[in-house]
Design a protein around this ligand. Structure first.
Ligand SMILES: CC(=O)SCCNC(=O)CCNC(=O)[C@H](O)C(C)(C)COP(=O)(O)OP(=O)(O)OC[C@H]1O[C@@H](n2cnc3c(N)ncnc32)[C@H](O)[C@@H]1OP(=O)(O)O
Ligand SMILES: O=C([O-])CC(=O)C(=O)O
Length: 380
């Protein structure tokens, strides 16, 4: 007989649920490392695909390894016409995260073999998911406007190709580089809610497409990845720098959460928010100022003043939307873009999970009754 001896901790706060060497967060000092490498160094020198390789396979690739990884991903970017046809039937009013979750699951209809002991299958699934998820996000964006999806362009790198498929124009190189850095910053973050969801699904030894679909569904929520969209809606609602203080005071009085702030692990400003703020400033220098940025900076100042004592600071979702907005990306695509990046982290944890698997099956503390007699419906 197994006896539950542990105290119940809501939200499993600070409860270790796995061992992992994928990434590490020091929440007191604001440090994030992927496979031991600080995020600041990667953001300066790496690319998203190199970072994805590092996360998934555990080491930085050699030049040949990276070339072959990038080549394979370019080759697999197209999606089957049957998936495009399925997506055409999605309601254009549907949220792109729902479209993405459905499309990611649909990949399993074509590619799932559950051959989890076959390294070729594992590599194929990694390549297909990294390659096809951006194509599906861009395709839904064009299709919901009544246009045909743009085919991937084999001459373009990962970030440039995504922006090209989305806007039907070649992006400015600085915009593409900034977008690629955003992807790196969002690629992985230890055992957050969506990664945990991916790990639980992976632990049943199901197919990787189901793993990613379950993680996408979890990322969508406004307390997690969905907060980046909510931040821009909040900045629009605030409308001016003068309105910031009353907005924050009212939110605190009503005990409502201010989007883009707070974190289970970070008790200082999220290091990714610092880098994203810098990227936003870089973009504004080149393409013109955004008044929402002034609102955001004032909001950060007032939230720190009012909630800093509780360890509530800006998180990754606070400045990302300002960057995407400046790149001309619609607000409801911010979270799907987060998902494009996070596929790398989810896949890294999927590999780790199936490598040393035990199905997740925690216990619960039952709070109901026992031995209640069944009453037939006509006697109730
Ligand atoms: C990619 C990501 O997922 S990053 C997070 C994105 N989510 C958001 O930005 C949504 C807003 N933030 C939040 O809802 C929370 O901070 C979470 C979900 C991120 C973390 O939740 P938890 O670790 O459970 O923290 P919890 O909600 O217990 O907050 C601790 C205290 O700080 C306060 N607090 C935390 N975040 C905020 C916030 N955004 N606004 C106002 N107060 C906050 C809480 O009210 C609580 O105060 P109390 O102790 O007086 O009751
Ligand atoms: O770690 C978390 O709980 C949320 C987060 O910042 C992320 O997933 O990037």
């Amino acid at each position: 007989m197994t006896v539950a001896t542990c105290e119940y901790i809501p939200g499993l706060a600070n409860v270790p649920a796995a061992q992992s060497s994928v990434s590490h967060v020091n929440g007191q000092s604001g440090i994030l490392e992927y496979r031991g490498i600080r995020i600041e160094g990667l953001a300066q020198k790496s690319t998203f695909l190199e970072t994805a390789y590092l996360l998934i396979w555990g080491e930085l690739p050699t030049k040949d390894e990276l070339d072959s990884f990038e080549r394979d991903i370019r080759y697999h970017r197209r999606i089957k016409y049957r998936i495009r046809d399925m997506m055409k039937c999605f309601p254009e009013t549907g949220h792109p995260m729902d479209a993405l979750q459905t499309s990611a699951a649909a990949l399993g209809l074509f590619y799932s073999r559950r051959a989890l002991n076959d390294p070729q299958y594992i590599r194929g699934a990694v390549v297909r998911l990294l390659a096809k998820i951006p194509t599906m996000v861009a395709a839904f964006q064009l299709m919901r406007k009544g246009n045909d999806a743009v085919q991937p362009n084999d001459d373009l790198d990962y970030a440039t190709n995504f922006l090209y498929m989305l806007t039907e124009r070649l992006p400015d190189p600085l915009a593409a580089r900034i977008f690629d850095v955003c992807l790196m910053l969002h690629a992985e973050h230890t055992i957050n809610a969506s990664t945990f969801s991916a790990m639980v699904t992976a632990s049943t030894m199901t197919d990787p497409y189901a793993v990613i679909a379950s993680a996408v569904g979890t990322l969508a929520g406004p307390l997690h990845g969905g907060a980046n969209e909510e931040v821009i809606l909040m900045l629009e609602e605030i409308g001016s720098v003068e309105n910031v203080r009353p907005y924050v005071e009212q939110a605190i009085a009503q005990k409502s959460k201010i989007m883009g702030f707070g974190h289970r692990v970070y008790k200082v400003k999220d290091p990714r928010a610092t880098i994203l703020q810098g990227l936003a400033e870089q973009l504004f220098e080149k393409t013109g100022h955004d008044t929402y940025y002034d609102i955001a900076v004032e909001l950060e100042k007032v939230v720190e003043e009012k909630l800093g004592h509780k360890g509530v600071y800006a998180n990754v979702d606070f400045y990302s939307g300002l960057v995407y907005r400046k790149l001309g990306i619609p607000t409801d695509l911010f979270t799907p873009i987060f998902a494009i990046a996070r596929v790398a982290g989810w896949l890294a944890h999927w590999r780790e999970q199936i490598g040393e698997n035990r199905i997740f099956r925690p216990t619960q503390i039952y709070t109901g009754q026992h031995n209640i007699p069944y009453i037939p419906i006509y006697e109730r």
